[in-house]
Design a protein around this ligand. Structure first.
Ligand code: SAH
Ligand code: CA
Length: 235
């Protein structure tokens, strides 16, 4: 049952690894900016490389950002900077990204590439736990309802807390994207099939999905790309 063997360790949830690779090789990699590819490739050597944003998800994020002309964005969970550089390359020259991660060392792995891309000036990196950084942003009224776009890709246990704060920071019509909302497909598996290491976050994600499905402050779409993303548009 559940995930076929060939999908273990893969970022994709599709029924076949071949189909996932087909999408990447046909539509994603040929259009991936060279420096973004460079971050992806250097990240492959990192023991936690699986955390990096799936490139097919990245392609959709960039499309969404262009569609709404995103200029001021928030990113929660930077790691080595794949989604950060993607956003920095997508928003205009005078755009701004508030990028939050409690780990600066991993941000510094991708930083030379971000600098090479000439987009570092768009980034305000905040080394902090995300919850306290968001609360601090909310203390300044100028930040309220000022962001066009948010990407959330950090500790799953806090996603609902981030949601409450992001709804105050993001404009009406703005977009919040949550990553990993299908949690390796485990959300639809009986618990006995789930690896011990995945059980806790599986429950957090199941709760989040139920919560978002009932949250009438947002329009949503659950998209089975990568490890699942949920796109929320603030109403
Ligand atoms: N979007 C990134 C991947 C993020 S991986 C990319 O494209 O590569 C998750 C990141 O969230 C890790 O770097 C981790 O340090 C960070 N993180 C986890 N919990 C956090 C918290 N409570 N506050 C801030 N950052 C957190
Ligand atoms: Ca992720």
């Amino acid at each position: 049952m559940a995930l076929s063997k060939s999908l273990e360790g893969s970022k994709g949830l599709l029924q076949s690894q071949e189909l996932f690779e087909y999408i990447l090789e046909t539509s994603v990699y040929p259009r991936e900016p060279e420096l973004l590819q460079e971050i992806r490739v250097i990240t492959e050597n990192h023991p936690k490389s699986l955390m990096s944003t799936s490139p097919d998800v990245g392609q959709l994020i960039a499309l969404l950002q262009k569609l709404i002309n995103a200029k001021k964005t928030i990113e929660i969970g930077v790691f080595t900077g794949y989604s950060l550089l993607l956003t920095a390359l997508t928003i205009p020259q005078d755009g701004k990204i508030t990028a939050i991660d409690m780990n600066r060392d991993t941000y510094e792995i991708g930083l030379p590439i971000i600098q090479k891309a000439g987009v570092e000036h768009k980034i305000n990196f905040i080394q902090s736990s995300a919850l306290s950084a968001l609360d601090e942003l909310l203390e300044d009224d100028a930040n309220r309802e000022s962001f066009d776009f948010a990407f959330v890709d950090a500790d799953k246990v806090n996603y609902q807390k981030y949601h409450e704060r992001l709804l105050q920071l993001v404009k009406v019509g703005g977009i919040i994207v949550y990553d990993n909302t299908l949690w390796f497909g485990t959300v639809a598996m009986p618990e006995e099939f789930v690896k011990e290491s995945q059980k806790r976050n599986r429950l957090h994600i199941i709760e989040l999905n139920k919560f978002l499905a009932n949250d009438d402050r947002v329009q949503i779409s659950q998209v089975p790309l990568g490890d699942g993303i949920t796109i929320c548009r603030r109403l």
